[in-house]
Design a protein around this ligand. Structure first.
Ligand code: AMP
Ligand code: GLY
Length: 414
């Protein structure tokens, strides 16, 4: 098989690494890929930009399967375009991708199908939104409706902050059209879990649970990032929590997908909050998490390409997705200054994949040298029989890696 993999982050490097392990796969084109996918077995980077360019490439090169990493292309309708040309692709349709692309749409979907979630209101009128935050309970959460690369959620701990957040999004349009409509919702207290899963529209099979560490600082302090590290399985996802998740979130979601006739064959990633009052759904993502993928896929025993094929053939009900009875830990190395301004172009040294695997994100290769090229630069993943062992190996790996201004959290999985 020839596979086209879309995306250029750490998630896509981990996907490429896992897909390459399938004996069915002979070649993986990564667009645009990064310094990691450039040297991974069976992989070659290609530089394609628009959906049309990607579809033309798939046609001309007789690609057997296209796998989409990021939400952007899915929300822009890449799956619809590929399918209309008879090209095999794995991912939700444009309409189904609204479960991530529009928070107002997804909250209404949750309410309609009884998926347990925070109380909320959707607003497209500034005065109404302001009237609401002037009397609602505080803290409150203000969210931009559209895609905002992780910048669209403001947790307001005072009324002034809530009012400011509404004005910034709706009046000043700090996030552009993403803030034309907003969601204002109840603040939930608890611990978060990421549950990636796969669906063929008929069943949903959850993968092993994982836990992200979103804040830049140790002890979960400071600004939110795309994710500074992950562990799997998530220690808070007990059997009881998973049962609650299944009954109150996963099953009603599947019901909704069927009743709405959403053409959904792809990854569905549930971001949940485990609270004293049970498990709540914070959000749907229509793609894998980054850096969740970097711990979930290394633990997956099944052949990912087989699993994806089963989904495309609507045959998930007849398969099992197997995971190792082990733990994984991924520690992200970031550029100094991230998630705010940072510099790029520093040489990276000390990568050794013998005990832990390094997945590249913001890394490019130039004249045989590896250079930093983003905020989150790389992630080191290790597996262990215990979480402690996985952590120790991941940290041993990242401690050897050097680049100017390198920063990583020391408490991932602690
Ligand atoms: P979302 O994009 O909706 O997952 O929100 C991003 C992050 O904001 C989540 O991972 C949570 O840390 C936080 N968050 C979102 N909604 C809530 C809520 N209702 N209560 C508390 N924290 C929230
Ligand atoms: N790590 C969180 C996400 O991928 O959305």
């Amino acid at each position: 098989m020839k596979v086209l993999l879309i995306g250029n982050g750490g998630r896509e490097h981990a996907l490429a690494y896992k897909i390459a392990q399938s004996s069915k796969v002979e070649k993986i084109y990564c667009s645009k890929g990064n310094g990691g996918t450039a040297v991974e077995e069976k992989c070659e980077n290609v530089n394609l930009s628009t959906i049309e360019e990607l579809a033309n490439f798939a046609e001309e090169n007789k690609i057997d399967l296209t796998i989409v990493g990021p939400e952007k292309e899915l929300c822009d309708g890449i799956v619809d375009e590929f399918k209309s040309r008879g090209l095999k692709i794995f991912g939700p349709s444009k309409e189904a991708a609204k479960l991530e692309g529009s928070k107002a749409f997804s909250k209404d979907f949750m309410r309609k199908y009884g998926v347990k979630t925070a109380e909320y209101g959707n607003f497209d009128n500034l005065d109404e939104a302001l009237r609401y935050v002037e009397r609602c309970e505080i803290p409150v959460v203000v969210k931009a409706d559209g895609l905002a690369a992780g910048k669209g959620v403001i947790i307001a701990s005072t009324r002034e902050e809530a009012i400011d957040a509404v004005k910034e999004l709706m009046e000043n349009r700090t996030l552009g059209d993403a803030g034309k409509t907003i969601v204002i919702e109840e603040f939930l207290e608890g611990v978060e879990a990421s549950i990636l899963s796969i669906t063929d529209g008929e069943v949903i099979i959850p993968f092993i649970s994982s836990k992200d560490h979103k804040a830049i600082g140790e002890g979960n302090t400071g600004l939110n990032t795309g994710g500074m590290g992950t562990i799997a399985p998530n220690p808070y996802c007990t059997d009881e929590v998973l049962k609650d998740f299944s009954e109150n979130i996963m099953i009603p979601t599947l019901e909704g997908i069927k009743k709405e006739n959403l053409d959904y064959i792809g990854i569905i990633f549930f971001g949940v909050m485990i609270t004293k009052k049970g498990v709540y759904l914070l959000e749907y993502n229509v793609r894998m998490g980054d850096p969740e993928t970097q711990v979930v896929l290394p633990l997956m025993e099944s052949d990912l390409v087989d699993v994806i094929d089963s989904a495309i053939n609507k045959n998930l009900k007849n398969i099992k997705v197997l995971f190792k009875n082990a733990y994984a830990c991924c520690v992200i190395g970031a550029s100094k200054g991230y998630p705010k301004k940072y510099e790029k172009g520093f040489e990276i040294t000390g990568i050794d994949n013998s005990k832990a695997k390094t997945f590249f994100a913001g890394v490019k290769e130039e004249d045989g040298k590896l250079l930093t090229n983003g905020g989150r630069v790389l992630g080191v993943t290790s597996i262990g029989k215990t979480l402690e062992q996985a952590r120790a190996n991941a940290y041993a790996g990242i401690e050897n890696i050097k680049f100017d201004g390198m920063y990583y959290r020391k408490d991932i999985g602690k």
